[in-house]
Design a protein around this ligand. Structure first.
Ligand code: BMA
Length: 329
C-alpha cells in the first residue's frame, strides 16, 4: 500500500465513494459542478482554482473572470470544501512593488510549505506578456507578492511543498504568447531563496500521439509518497474541434524530480460531462488543487470545467499510484 509522506489528517475531506460498477481510477462528484458563477459577485465564470486545509476548514484562491472578462484572483473560505464563500473583491497584495507587475492573474495553485507559509503561484499578466507570479500569505488576510521566478512566457507554476536538496523547487510550463499558447513541456527549477531561480531541468514532454500530444502542464502541488512525488497534470490534444484538456498522473523521483519514473499512457479524466464539454471554452478539465487525507490516502481533486465552473473528483493515493505504474508510457 503506497503511503503519503509529510501529509496531514483531513477528517472533513470532501468525499464520495466510487459509484457501484465504476472501474475508473478517478471518479466525479455526483453533485458537480460545486462552484458556478452564481457563487461569486459579478462572475462570468469561476474555474481553475486552488484550495488548502486551514484551521478546521479550508481556504481557497479562485480564478474569477468578472464582467470585464479580465481574469483575477479572489479568496474564499469553506467549512466543508464544497460550499464556498468567495470574496466580492479581488485579492490585493500588501505593499506591492509595482515594478514586478500584476495586471491580471489566473490559474492559481496554493501550497502549504514546510516553512510554514502558504504560497500562491499563478499565471501573472505583466506588461510584456504572462509569466509565473509568486506570493505568500500566513493568514489569508494579508498577501505579499514576491519577485517573478521566470521571464515571459510561462504558465502553470506549482511549488513543491518542501525544499528538495535544500532548495525551493517549482514545476512550470514555459510556453509561448497568445491565448491557449502553443506547444509546451513541464520543467523543474530551483531556488535557494525564492528570488533567484535556476538549475532548470526538463521533466516531460507531450507525446507524439494521443490525449497529451499538444502540451502538458503541472496541476496541483506534487504529493509526497513512498513511491516518489505523485504529480497530477493536464495533457492537451488537438482535435478538429479545437483543444481538449484531460487529466493524467506521473510519479517523479523523490530526490531528482526531473526524473520521471512512471507516467500515465491513458487519461484519468477527460471532458465527458455536459459541464466539462460546454462553457466558455469547451472540452476542458483542468486540475489545480488536491486535498489529501494522510490517514486514509483519500484524494479530492479540484478541477476547472470548460473554463466556466469548478468540479470535484476523487481517487486514493494507492489506486492512482497503482494505475500509473501499471499503465505507464
Ligand atoms: C490554458 C489556460 C487555462 C485554460 C485553458 C483552456 O492555456 O489559459 O486557464 O483553462 O487554456 O482554455
Amino acid at each position: 500500500m503506497a503511503k503519503v509522506i509529510n501529509g496531514v489528517s483531513i477528517p472533513n475531506l470532501p468525499w464520495e465513494d466510487k459509484p457501484q460498477g465504476c472501474t475508473d481510477t478517478v471518479w466525479r462528484y455526483s453533485k458537480n459542478p460545486i462552484i458556478t458563477r452564481n457563487d461569486a459577485f459579478e462572475a462570468n465564470s469561476v474555474f481553475n482554482s486552488a484550495v488548502v486545509p486551514f484551521g478546521d476548514g479550508f481556504r481557497g484562491v479562485f480564478r474569477i473572470d468578472s464582467y470585464d472578462m479580465l481574469p483575477m484572483l479572489r479568496t474564499g473560505k469553506s467549512r466543508d470544501g464544497i460550499k464556498w464563500e468567495i470574496s466580492d473583491d479581488n485579492l490585493e497584495w500588501t505593499d506591492r512593488n509595482p515594478d514586478i507587475g500584476y495586471e491580471y492573474g489566473y490559474d492559481p495553485r496554493v501550497i502549504k510549505h514546510e516553512d510554514g507559509k502558504y504560497y500562491i503561484c499563478w499565471c501573472n499578466g505583466v506588461p510584456g506578456g504572462h509569466t509565473i507570479g509568486l506570493g505568500y500569505t500566513e493568514d489569508f488576510e494579508k498577501f505579499y507578492q514576491l519577485e517573478s521566478p521566470f521571464l515571459v512566457y510561462n504558465r502553470n507554476g506549482v511549488l513543491f511543498p518542501r525544499k528538495i536538496n535544500g532548495k525551493y523547487a517549482m514545476l512550470s510550463l514555459p510556453t509561448n504568447p497568445g491565448s491557449g499558447g502553443g506547444l509546451g513541456s513541464i520543467w523543474y527549477s530551483e531556488s535557494p531563496d525564492l528570488e533567484y531561480w535556476g538549475h532548470h531541468r526538463d521533466v516531460m514532454h507531450p507525446t507524439s500521439l494521443g490525449w497529451q500530444n499538444n502540451k502538458i502542464g503541472p496541476g496541483p502541488a506534487p504529493i509526497e509518497t513512498d513511491e516518489g512525488w505523485l504529480l497530477i497534470y493536464h495533457g492537451v490534444m488537438g482535435s478538429c474541434a479545437g483543444l481538449v484538456y484531460s487529466m493524467g498522473a506521473a510519479i517523479l523521483d523523490i530526490d531528482e524530480p526531473w526524473k520521471v519514473k512512471y507516467r500515465t499512457k491513458k487519461f484519468l479524466l477527460k471532458p465527458w460531462e455536459p459541464y466539462e464539454c460546454m462553457g466558455d471554452v469547451h472540452t476542458v478539465v483542468f486540475p489545480c488543487a488536491s486535498l489529501v487525507d494522510a490517514d486514509t490516502g483519500r484524494i479530492a481533486i479540484y478541477y476547472g470545467c470548460a473554463d466556466t465552473s469548478v468540479g470535484l473528483a476523487f481517487t486514493t493515493v494507492d489506486d492512482i499510484i497503482k494505475y500509473t505504474k501499471e499503465n505507464s508510457l
